[in-house]
Design a protein around this ligand. Sequence first.
Ligand code: MG
Ligand code: MG
Length: 257
Amino acid sequence: MIFIKNPVQIQKMRDAGKVLYEVLQRIVSQVKPGITTKELDIFAENLIRKANAIPSFLGYMGFPASICTSINQQVVHGIPSHDVVLNEGDIISIDCGVILDGWQSDSAITVGVGKISAEAEKLIKVTEECFFAGVRQAVLGKRLGDLGEAIQNHAEKNGFYVIKNYTGHGIGKDMHEEPSVYNYRTNRRGIRFMKNMTLAVEPMIAIGTSETKVLNDEWTVETTDGSLCSHYEHTILINDGLPELLSYPGFTWKEDA
Ligand code: MG
Ligand code: MG
């Protein structure tokens, strides 16, 4: 069942999104060669709790941390560790979720560690463009399938692949609500976007494959060919016009893009 939010609930999700945006920005500012992913996780948890929010990932299905840190060929769900040190040239996806006053926000960003290759830079840029190409379709009168198609088209136009085993999702009181938000074309057009529906849209784009495997830790997802993968996510609100990005306060759409 899809839960349409009322204005009070939307404001709570907007407040949660603002906390999450600030937390993610500050985690990103800590990313540098030599830092461990566990240090980033501890930093994140402290910031979240200081904002009177709850780290939604911690304990979710047994996940042991407040952020997912997925490096290079890792797609999602990387576990922060004292043993994982960031190196110059790595790319890292930081995925984080918070609950504020009972309402969720979920967002992820991929950044480079120090200087990265031109190919890695392009992958990160194209993944963000895929997100925005998809979200531009999330308007009344269109369907979920239009969003997935736009993401896949933009990835393929740039010679990249959409990861298919993982999707975006509805979000609200729960982190994962209906519907699933596919990042690719399917043979169904999907449901129509509805006003005040809230979704987490999160394309995962890889250089060489759509296929993934899960490591022995039962969490970390990697590309099967070991190629780099990038991930970008925001929690969005379906509006009369283009969506509001609840986890990106202050963002405005450019008319011409
Ligand atoms: Mg996420
Ligand atoms: Mg998500």
